[in-house]
Design a binder for this molecule. Structure first.
Ligand SMILES: Nc1ncnc2c1ncn2[C@@H]1O[C@H](COP(=O)(O)OP(=O)(O)OP(=O)(O)O)[C@@H](O)[C@H]1O
Length: 341
């Protein structure tokens, strides 16, 4: 079921247009406070919102008039537990089917079916207070699916879970999202890559880029989206086989096969830290930069400049301070330049 939404939540500075193709997953990717949860709440009908929204043929929002949340056929799994503590796990999951008029016996059977689908069948008789964080998340997903939603909204489904539990949950969510129309809010680029067909990059309540995940995350058009994708963006003019930066620095590159840059037109390279090495400031073809941050990263140190970033050994980082003039070299790997037009 296709979703088209143009939503404004003025009180929280949100103004977005989103599109989710039928049967696909859109990742809403942004840092804390970008507005991901608010956008999901607006789609679900949980906050006052203005705009337009259609799910398939159904108009769910027109101006300030929205269909009540319980009639939208949209299920949301939020970061806050929504299970009713007075009911067993089975009755929590059966609650949706029962409110749709199913008999008690049928709704319990339906609950068991969905609990089995999320590998939580043995939890059916438990009280919800007795669930671990990971178990509760599974039950929440079963509860959401049991309502038979046309659109599923997942808000940071892997947050606050131990690493092993999060890994198992990622596998489950991947299965759940197959062929389903869904929006997944996340601040992890990995989740967007692994789980979403399309991505909308959100910054301060605005969509900065919206498109196929692989395109947006490997060929970003804005420095912001590049940063969310773990890359640095170099923008310049394509000169046959080099990208010429505004200060005249020239970076050798090959044309991207799907988005080859045109001679004399704007083009970009999105470099990952591992594509980049530190070079002597006098090296030919090196990109001059200034150190802006030196941060521990894994077992090494990430050095960030205004333009690029790379990872170095701690010994190499010891000689650097913020503000030092450095140069980065991208020539050790042939990077691809892509058209920005
Ligand atoms: N209940 C609320 N009442 C008023 N403002 C809120 C409320 N919840 C969030 N906001 C504000 O709305 C903006 C977007 O917050 P939101 O929680 O949607 O972002 P987010 O991207 O989901 O971040 P996080 O991952 O930290 O939840 C922020 O400025 C936030 O302070």
């Amino acid at each position: 079921m296709r979703l088209d939404a143009a939503l404004r939540v003025a009180a929280r500075g949100i103004d977005v247009a989103l599109h989710v193709r039928s049967g696909s997953t859109l990742a809403l990717l942004g840092p804390n406070g970008a507005g991901k949860s608010t956008v999901l709440e607006a789609i679900a009908g949980m906050v006052a919102v203005e705009g337009t929204m259609s799910l398939g043929e159904r108009r769910l929002l027109e101006g300030r008039h929205g269909e009540p949340a319980h009639r939208r056929r949209i299920a949301i799994v939020t970061q806050d537990p929504a299970l009713l503590p007075s009911l067993s796990v089975r009755d929590n999951v059966g609650f949706g089917p029962r409110s749709r008029g199913m008999s008690r016996a049928d709704s319990r059977a339906e609950a068991d079916r969905w609990l089995a689908a999320v590998d939580a069948a043995p939890l059916a008789s438990r009280r919800v207070q007795a669930l671990s964080g990971g178990q509760a998340r599974r039950v929440e997903i079963a509860r959401a699916l049991a309502t038979g939603p046309e659109l599923l909204l997942l808000d940071e489904p892997f947050s606050a879970l131990d690493m092993d539990v999060a890994t198992a949950m990622r596998a489950l969510v991947r299965e759940v999202l197959t062929e389903r129309t869904a929006v997944l809010a996340t601040h992890e680029v990995l989740d967007a890559h692994a789980l979403a067909d399309d991505v909308a990059v959100l910054d301060s309540g605005r969509v900065i880029e919206h498109g196929p995940t692989a395109r947006v995350l490997t060929r970003p058009r804005t420095a912001y989206a590049a940063r969310m994708a773990g890359r640095s963006l170099l923008i310049g003019t394509w000169r046959g086989d080099v990208l010429e930066l505004p200060d005249g620095a020239r970076v050798a590159a090959t044309p991207h096969p799907e988005a080859a840059p045109v001679d004399g037109a704007p083009a970009a390279i999105a470099a990952r830290p591992r594509d980049v090495v530190l070079a002597g400031t006098a090296s030919p073809g090196a990109v001059p930069d200034v150190v802006r941050a030196i941060e521990p990263h894994g077992d090494g140190v990430r050095v960030r400049g205004d333009r690029l970033a790379t990872d170095v050994d701690p010994e190499q980082a010891a000689s650097l301070t913020t503000g030092s003039r450095i140069a980065f070299d991208l020539m050790s790997r042939p990077l691809q330049a892509y058209a920005l037009t």
